[in-house]
Design a protein around this ligand. Structure first.
Ligand SMILES: C[S@@+](CC[C@H](N)C(=O)[O-])C[C@H]1O[C@@H](n2cnc3c(N)ncnc32)[C@H](O)[C@@H]1O
Length: 309
């Protein structure tokens, strides 16, 4: 577990991870869904204060801050390198109504009832005590304040349907299921988190004294079709390109291999699993290529909206 923690920190501090998170500001949500479904439920008004927990380098914090220039946003994250990166990106984008701080989701350094909303995006899946993180997010909320968590619940590890026409054989599908189980087990056993957290979040929120207002699934399906004219094509392509970099990155591979081992697999299993990753193939992921895909991984991002009673 100690080794895992170091490996997690190494990945969190890597350039490839920062780049992946920064990209999210553009493509993580479909703008129409975010504007019509998510934003109204936050019920923000001028002068409000919002806390983004596990903000990374600000993908959600900065996205929200640009929608609500009259609201003040604080992004808190345990990884100092990402916090510094968030400050730089805010400066680059000239977003004034944000600040980024280093701190732990399991022990938020704020007084009770100090925020009008607390939000998080793919963070509870990474903390060893998600119930505690949710109770902290509830503690610092004012009465009537809004809680919003967008967290993955991985039903399966689905691959993109590719234009190249490759489909997985039955043996490969069975192997993928086995590798995925090692990965899920390893995540949990190492205290790295839980890849099936999404549907558990409403229960943590209920136990933290929150009134569950809504539970949703994000409607985004990453996809790209040449000549990649639409923003949705370019964002999805970007996303797969950063994954392509990640699977080759030493810190990513070290953490991935250790997680598979912790879950009962071998180094060979980890290598075989990564070689089946859609972004492994490389050349097809340049934007002059004729590569098209539809990736069904992301529909299982669950969004829990709740209110402090
Ligand atoms: C997958 S990233 C998501 C970052 C950001 N929310 C986004 O959507 O881009 C998970 C983040 O959780 C942070 N994190 C992990 N454990 C944490 C903890 N105990 N307290 C605060 N942040 C934590 C990591 O440093 C990382 O930035």
């Amino acid at each position: 577990m100690a080794i895992q923690k170091e490996l997690i920190q190494a990945l969190a501090q890597s350039d490839v991870f920062a780049e992946m998170l920064e990209n999210r500001m553009k493509g993580f949500w479909n703008p129409d869904y975010f504007e019509k479904i998510v934003l109204p439920q936050l019920t923000l008004k001028a002068g409000d204060k919002v806390l983004d927990v596990g903000a990374g380098n600000g993908a959600l914090t900065l996205l929200l801050a640009r929608y609500f220039p009259d609201v003040h946003f604080t992004g808190i994250d345990i990884t100092p390198a990402l916090v510094e990166d968030g400050k730089k990106i805010a400066q680059k984008l000239d977003v004034q109504n944000v600040e980024f701080e280093v701190g732990d989701a399991l022990q938020l350094p704020y007084a009770d009832r100090s925020f009008d909303a607390t939000v998080c995006q793919t963070v509870l899946m990474h903390v060893y005590d998600p119930a505690k993180a949710v109770s902290e997010m509830s503690r610092v909320l004012k009465q009537g304040g809004t809680f919003m968590a967008a967290e993955y619940h991985m039903l399966t590890y689905d691959k993109p349907v590719e234009s190249i026409g490759h489909t997985y054989s039955m043996e490969e599908e069975i192997a993928i299921g086995r590798y995925m189980q090692y990965y899920l087990n390893g995540y949990r056993a190492s205290g790295h988190g839980d890849l099936k957290i999404g549907a558990r979040v409403p229960f943590f929120a209920m136990n933290a004294g929150l009134d569950i207002v809504d539970v949703r699934i994000n409607d985004r399906v990453p996809h790209a079709f040449p000549p990649y004219e639409h923003p949705s094509d370019r964002n999805s392509l970007n996303e797969l390109q950063t994954w392509s970099k990640a699977v080759k990155d030493a810190s990513f591979r070290a953490l991935f291999t250790a997680t598979i081992a912790e879950g009962g697999g071998t180094e060979a299993d980890a290598t075989a699993f990564l070689s089946l990753h859609p972004s492994h193939g490389a050349e097809v992921f340049n934007d002059k290529g004729d590569f098209a895909f539809v990736w069904l991984l992301y529909p299982v991002l669950l969004i829990t909206i709740a209110r402090k009673k």
